[in-house]
Write a protein that binds this ligand. Structure first.
Ligand code: ADP
Ligand code: ZN
Ligand code: ZN
Length: 745
């Protein structure tokens, strides 16, 4: 009943459909067009329900054909045509096909990744109908007087008067908890009304005006704007606070005014709630926001708003790159160096790179922005593929941030903080300033150790220790997600003397609150910001001013504006300096520059102190004395010498197996197969154990494939992967291919 797509065969029949079905097998599957539906209704990009084995699945029509290389008697008809109009337009199908080939991922799963989950389940591509509340006809601010004795009702009526287009449930829940009783009263008094409408984003009045742009900003904007109707890639390289967002805004205004849509990718919206608001206040047009915090219905509505052209600006995370946009005119990728653009599971794509491909296919400009561009992008500037625009000045302050290393060797320490750092923290706090302490490790301590026998809290399923979360009395494995109660006694000798070794953010927080009892201490990491709105609350507290300390993980490095922070302490750099990953140095440099950008943004000069046991490390030295630009030059040279990306192209074959031997057998057979193609242009290394060999109960091995020539690499993959799928040894293990991997773990 099914077969891989093929052009061969001569059997002539009126209607075969090539359908992408969401299963982990390469190729499309053939189905018959049922006699009850006329063939021309089966347009590419429409969803169909198809029988598949004993199940029914929802697939996407990719093509109509006259023949199949499967015996027609074995083909089944599709059971239902779901869409009248395609949910994925030709351009999007083209991009997805390209991505499936490039990332060597089954086309059915690629199509699936592009669709909001309600569409995957076969729901209609329509925005939800939602209730909205607004003032009744004739209600005016005069009516407020009648509510002097009902403060809550008066407040809600005022809000409705301010928003004549009406407000929906979601907005009211979020911004005005407990609004319902007051609203009910307003309805009964005839002052407000409730209507139903499609849940699409509304246009908002423009409430802020652009600042006067400085020369660098103007230059960048006019250079980019001269060629808005053709493909061109720009790298906007601007220090934190240099006004990159103003450049995005100005370009977006132009593009939207010319009747086209803008797609802006951001790493993680929940981390930058202010950004969306800033666009809303400036743009006026309906804006669709797509991120992981939405429920399925909200996501579908935003997707519909974008793909019907209702929303003129779309702000979204990684997967938003797959949103069909009928009038797309510009793609912006903010913080282009950020790792969250790379999907690390399943369909392993990089949204930043796909933005470039989409820009090329749709012949439109792409702007990548960052204070710390990826080495890939800088390499492309060097090769003349990207045009670079630099913003060297901070827009609102001239103050320069001083970065200094603190040599930790033989220094007295308390919970990982050196005496020198503690003294500086104290001095900054005395001047009523704020301090950020950065540590990329959550929890209280990375392990518990038995003082009597040396037993540690290992994870049963990983080659790793379980992190101690003191407040919760739990151990968490940050690698496989395992959670247990924290032990009171050694698991080996039974001694009660368990010592917490090393410091995470929780421990630093608790130490500091003893050390500085009068100072407000705010911890920002994944543990303290799980609750919806918690991050916003914490950011707001930080904005309030007054002496305080923020302790946090890399969440702190992203996009937030902390105007009162004058000191940033980076507590631990050693881990990254010792890492074996080829991108570790780049990430550390980016992180240091990004966190440094959080200090001294207003009129107060900033200071950054970096604790390290390796003060002479060439990376740190170059970064501090010569800046990110020089660092990246050096790092690019090193990559070239080592034969790593972006100089050479890299692909990793990964395998995870419950039984080590089974994994090795598959990997050895895979290696033999690869060697048998005899491709001299391609280098193959491994198989060898992954840096963390056992994770979540699986033994992990990897093989690296490298080549200067991308074509050769892809030729190998095209031959190799279908064969891997057929290997008998592949059935008892899990394997995956990662094209342009983000890391080598
Ligand atoms: P980036 O995106 O590079 O971090 P932003 O665009 O957020 O920088 O700008 C940082 C701050 O400076 C913001 O508060 C912004 O409103 C302000 N700003 C940007 N450009 C100007 C300008 N030309 N004049 C005055 N203020 C500006
Ligand atoms: Zn684990
Ligand atoms: Zn013990």
């Amino acid at each position: 009943m099914r077969a891989q797509a093929s052009l061969l065969d001569t059997a002539n029949t009126p209607g075969i459909l090539k359908v992408a079905v969401p299963i982990p097998l390469f190729g499309t599957f053939d189905y018959l067009i049922p006699a009850s539906i006329s063939p021309e209704h089966f347009v590419s990009g429409c969803r169909v329900r198809v029988p598949f084995g004993r199940r029914e699945l929802i697939g996407v029509v990719l093509a109509r054909a006259d023949n199949s290389d499967v015996d027609l008697a074995r083909l089944k008809p599709v059971s239902e045509l779901i869409d009248k109009k395609p949910v994925l337009d030709e351009r999007m199908l083209d991009l997805l096909r390209w991505a499936a080939t490039y990332y060597q991922h089954p086309i059915g799963e690629v199509m699936e990744a592009a669709l909001p989950s309600l569409l995957r389940q076969g729901k209609a591509a329509e925005a939800a109908v939602i209730k909205a509340w607004s003032v009744s006809e004739g209600t005016s601010s005069d009516d407020l007087e009648t509510l002097n004795r009902a403060a809550k009702q008066k407040h809600i009526l005022q809000i409705l008067l301010n928003n004549p287009e009406g407000l929906d449930e979601l907005y009211l829940n979020e911004h005005h908890p407990n609004w319902r009783t007051a609203m009910k009263a307003l309805l009964e008094k005839g002052l407000a009304q409730c209507t139903e409408r499609a849940g699409l984003p509304a246009a908002h009045p423009v409430t802020t005006q652009p600042p006067e742009l400085n020369a660098e900003q103007q230059q960048a904007i006019s250079a980019i704007a001269t060629a808005l109707h053709q493909h061109h890639i720009h790298l906007l390289y601007g220090v934190t606070g240099s006004g990159k967002t103003e450049v995005y805004l100005a370009l977006s205004e132009q593009v939207v005014a010319s009747g086209r849509q803008v797609l802006m990718l951001v790493p993680e919206i929940s981390l930058t709630p202010q950004l969306t608001e800033r666009f809303q206040q400036r743009m006026g047009c309906p804006i669709a926001v797509l991120h992981s915090g939405l429920n399925d219905q909200q996501r579908l509505s935003a997707w519909v708003a974008a793909s019907t052209g209702h929303a003129r600006l779309v702000i979204g995370t990684r997967s938003a790159i797959f949103t069909p946009l009928p009038d797309l005119g510009l793609i912006l990728v903010d913080e282009e160096h950020d790792g969250s653009y790379k999907q690390q599971e399943g369909f392993r794509y990089n949204a930043r790179d796909l933005a470039l491909v989409r820009g090329h296919k749709e012949n439109l400009p792409v702007v990548l922005g960052s204070a710390t561009p990826s080495l890939e992008s800088l390499h492309n500037v060097n090769r003349g593929r990207f045009q670079m625009h630099t913003l060297k000045q901070r827009a609102r302050t001239q103050s320069i941030t001083r970065i200094k290393l603190l040599d930790m060797c033989s220094q007295p320490m308390q919970e990982g903080l050196s005496a020198a750092l503690l003294t500086r923290i104290e001095q900054h706090l005395e001047q009523d300033n704020q301090v950020i302490l950065f540590l990329n490790r959550r929890g209280f301590s990375p392990l518990l150790l038995c003082h009597s026998c040396g037993w540690t809290t290992r994870c049963k399923r990983c080659d790793a220790n379980m992190t101690y979360h003191k407040h919760k009395h739990q151990l968490h494995c940050h690698h496989c997600g395992a959670e247990t109660r924290s032990p009171t006694h050694c698991g080996d000798c039974g001694s009660g003397e368990l010592v917490a070794i090393g410091s995470g953010t929780e421990r630093i927080e608790s130490f500091l609150s003893e050390r500085f009892p009068e100072v407000h201490i705010n911890r920002i990491d994944r543990d303290t910001t799980r609750r919806k709105g918690a991050l916003e609350d914490k950011l707001q507290q930080a904005h309030a001013g007054g002496a305080s300390i923020l302790v946090g993980t890399q969440m702190l490095a992203k996009g937030h504006d902390f105007p009162n922070v004058t000191l940033v302490g980076v507590i631990d750099t050693d881990q990254a300096l010792y890492s074996t990953d080829f991108r570790a140095a780049e990430h550390l440099a980016q992180l240091i520059i990004q966190v440094s950008g959080r200090a001294g943004r207003a009129d107060k000069p900033g200071e950054v102190l970096i604790q390290t046991h390796q003060p002479d490390h060439p990376l740190l030295q170059t970064l501090l004395h010569e800046g990110y630009e020089k660092f990246s030059e050096t790092a690019l040279l090193e990559r070239q010498q080592a034969g790593f990306p972006p100089h050479k192209h890299l692909v990793i074959l990964r395998c995870g197996a419950i039984k080590k031997e089974l994994g090795l057998q598959f990997m050895n057979e895979a290696r033999e197969l690869a060697d048998s193609y005899g491709m001299a242009e391609v280098e193959i290394f491994g198989p060898w154990p992954a840096p963390m060999e056992r994770r979540a109960g699986r033994f992990r091995t990897q093989t690296m494939i490298q080549a200067l020539d991308r074509k050769a690499l892809h030729q190998l993959l095209r031959n190799w992967l279908p064969r891997l799928q057929q290997l008998k040894s592949s059935k008892q293990i899990r394997w995956s291919i990662d094209v342009d991997p983000y890391d080598t773990f």
